[in-house]
Design a protein around this ligand. Structure first.
Ligand SMILES: C[S@@+](CC[C@H](N)C(=O)[O-])C[C@H]1O[C@@H](n2cnc3c(N)ncnc32)[C@H](O)[C@@H]1O
Length: 207
C-alpha cells in the first residue's frame, strides 16, 4: 500500500472509530448504518455473510442476532474466529461447488438475510473487471436461490458501471422492494452503492 493510502486511512474518522470501538474494520459502520435505517437484521436470525473478511460485518450481525441467531461467514481469506459459538467461518470461493456445499451444511436451513460486501479482485483491465464483477453478482443471486428463505432480505454492495441497470433489473425480479443507498461511512469517491432488497419471492428452483 502507498504512503498516501496509509496516511488517508489513518486520518479517516471511521478507521479511527473502528479502532476505538473494537470493530475489525471501518466497513462495520456501513452495516451498522444500513441496519439502523432499514431494520433488516432481527434477533434470532440466521445470516449468511459473503465476502466477510476480516469480519467487520459479521461482528455487527452477531450483535444484532444475539445468542439465538447464527452467522455463517465466507471469504477467500481466513476470518479470525469470534468468541461466540454461533459464528461459523468458511475459507474459500463462494462461487465454487465445494464451498456452496459447505455453506449449505453450515447454515442447516435457509437464511433470513444474506449480506454481500464482496468485491472482485480487480485486474485494471476494464472488460475483465466487468466480467468478474458480473460473475460475482450472479453468484450472489445463485446464493439467494439456494439459501435465502421466502420473504428474506439481501444487503449487497454493487458498483456503478455499465452493468448496473441489468443488475438492478435482476434484483427487482427476485425481490418485492429494493432501495439503493450509500451509507455515510461509504467514501464519497468510491463508486460502491448498496442494495437493500426485501421480500424475496422464492427460488425459481422450488417451483
Ligand atoms: C471489502 S471486503 C469485505 C469487508 C467485510 N464486509 C468487513 O466488514 O470486514 C471484500 C471481501 O470479498 C472477498 N471476496 C471476493 N470474492 C470472493 C469470493 N468469490 N468468495 C469469497 N470471498 C470473496 C475478498 O476476499 C474480500 O475479503
Amino acid at each position: 500500500m502507498s504512503k498516501r493510502w496509509n496516511q488517508e486511512r489513518k486520518e479517516d474518522p471511521y478507521y479511527q472509530k473502528a479502532k476505538k470501538e473494537d470493530y475489525r474494520s471501518r466497513a462495520s459502520y456501513k452495516l451498522l448504518q444500513l441496519n439502523k435505517k432499514f431494520k433488516i437484521i432481527r434477533k434470532g436470525d440466521r445470516i449468511l455473510d459473503l465476502g466477510a473478511a476480516p469480519g467487520g460485518w459479521s461482528q455487527v450481525a452477531l450483535e444484532a442476532v444475539g445468542e439465538e441467531g447464527l452467522v455463517v461467514a465466507v471469504d477467500l481469506q481466513r476470518i479470525r474466529p469470534f468468541e461466540e459459538e454461533n459464528f461459523l467461518a468458511i475459507k474459500g470461493d463462494f462461487t465454487t461447488t465445494p464451498i456452496k456445499e459447505d455453506i449449505m451444511e453450515a447454515l442447516e436451513g435457509q437464511a433470513a438475510v444474506i449480506l454481500s460486501d464482496a468485491s472482485p479482485k480487480l485486474s485494471g483491465i476494464k472488460d475483465v473487471d466487468q466480467i468478474r464483477s458480473m460473475d460475482l453478482f450472479l453468484a450472489v443471486m445463485d446464493m439467494c436461490d439456494s439459501n435465502l428463505r421466502y420473504n428474506g432480505s439481501l444487503i449487497m454492495k454493487v458498483f456503478q458501471g455499465p452493468q448496473y441497470p441489468e443488475i438492478l433489473q435482476t434484483v427487482k425480479k427476485k425481490f418485492r422492494t429494493i432501495k439503493t443507498t450509500k451509507p455515510p461511512s461509504s467514501r464519497k469517491k468510491s463508486v460502491e452503492m448498496y442494495f437493500v432488497a426485501r421480500g424475496f419471492r422464492g427460488s425459481p428452483r422450488s417451483g
